[in-house]
Design a protein around this ligand. Structure first.
Ligand code: NAP
Length: 285
């Protein structure tokens, strides 16, 4: 039996793994939230991993507050860099394969083309900078470690754009949404499924980066419009420009992750984001 530790067990992506775990009886998942396993605490993390004969770690633990990170860079670094560093070191020493999740926010979003895994990163804010530092730890690991970069994550769990729009649409008549930032939404359950496929494929885990997002590029405004339409809400959306939205950090304008590498590696077809959004909304209903 393959034993997989999922860190950050109460977060959005970890809950996606938890939701689909029954489809994979060959895998024994250990879900541990921050209270049960704090990745910034080297000793207890070492002990837990050593005592449980794990084969894989999926690191879903992260500092993900993009705006707040500007005010608390040390906290963001402690989790996204130092905490990850503990996992890298422990997985090297205990010969465990490590899968780390990163973000489109490592890019500046200034180009027009789809971005491949080797596109030069240039993060705009503290969150993206700490995530890039984390990626570098994986790329320099002497163990078996990979990065999966993803973008615009949504699911029925945790905090995300879909749930925010649904919640605003139940109380507000008008919702302002940015219409000049573009990206690829990613359904957490699709991402979790692909990561499990990667584990079951026994592919090499040598310091690789893979991009994964759903098919199709959209703006936050058009994403919100689909959420409103598909959920049957009567709310009105108001398109606004990035500069009209008060934020401490500049967000990348245009990041479409190119997913050819993961598609050819696993021989998969990635669903169109609107089809996955539909599935997500049905689950939330
Ligand atoms: N959300 C997106 O749109 C998006 C887009 C691209 C990439 N990503 C990446 O995808 C990954 C998963 O994101 P997500 O949406 O699932 O994030 P999330 O819901 O914020 O989950 C992160 C989890 O990590 C936990 N955590 C924080 N510090 C920890 C520590 N020291 N030890 C152990 N656990 C700790 C948090 O627990 P507490 O809540 O108790 O602090 C939280 O449950 C992250 O790496 C993120 O950078 C996300």
């Amino acid at each position: 039996m393959t034993k997989v530790l999922v860190t950050g067990g109460s977060g959005q992506l970890a809950k996606c793994f938890n939701y689909i775990k029954a489809e994979y009886p060959e895998i024994l998942f250990h879900f541990l939230d921050r209270h049960a396993l704090d990745i910034t605490d080297y000793e207890s993390t070492w002990n837990y991993i050593k005592n449980n004969s794990l084969n894989y770690i999926i690191n879903c633990a992260a500092y993900t507050l993009v705006d707040k990170a500007e005010d608390e860079p040390d906290k963001a670094k402690a989790i996204n860099v130092l905490g990850l560093g503990n996992l890298v070191k422990i997985s090297e020493l205990q010969k465990i394969k490590l899968i780390h999740i990163s973000t489109d926010y490592v890019f500046n979003g200034l180009g027009q083309e789809e971005l491949k895994e080797d596109h030069k990163p240039d993060p705009l804010g503290v969150y993206g900078k700490t995530k890039l530092e984390g990626e570098n730890l994986i790329m320099n690991s002497k163990g078996q470690a990979i990065v999966i970069r993803t973008s615009w994550l949504f699911s029925p769990f945790g905090n995300n754009f879909v749930k925010t729009i649904l919640s605003l649409s139940s109380s507000n008549q008008k919702i302002s949404v940015i219409n000049d930032q573009y990206g690829k939404p990613t359904y957490g359950l699709d991402l979790a499924e692909v990561i499990i496929k990667l584990i079951n494929s026994s592919k090499s885990f040598n310091n690789k980066i893979y991009h994964f997002s759903n098919e199709g590029v959209t703006s936050w405004y058009d994403f919100a419009k689909s959420i409103i339409e598909l959920s049957g809400s009567k709310s009105t959306l108001v398109p606004i420009k990035s500069f009209e939205y008060s934020s401490k950090v500049i967000r990348p304008k245009n990041v479409a992750l190119n997913t050819d590498l993961i598609e050819t590696t696993l021989n998969i077809e990635i669903p169109y984001w609107k089809d996955s959004l539909n599935k997500c909304l049905k689950m939330i209903e």
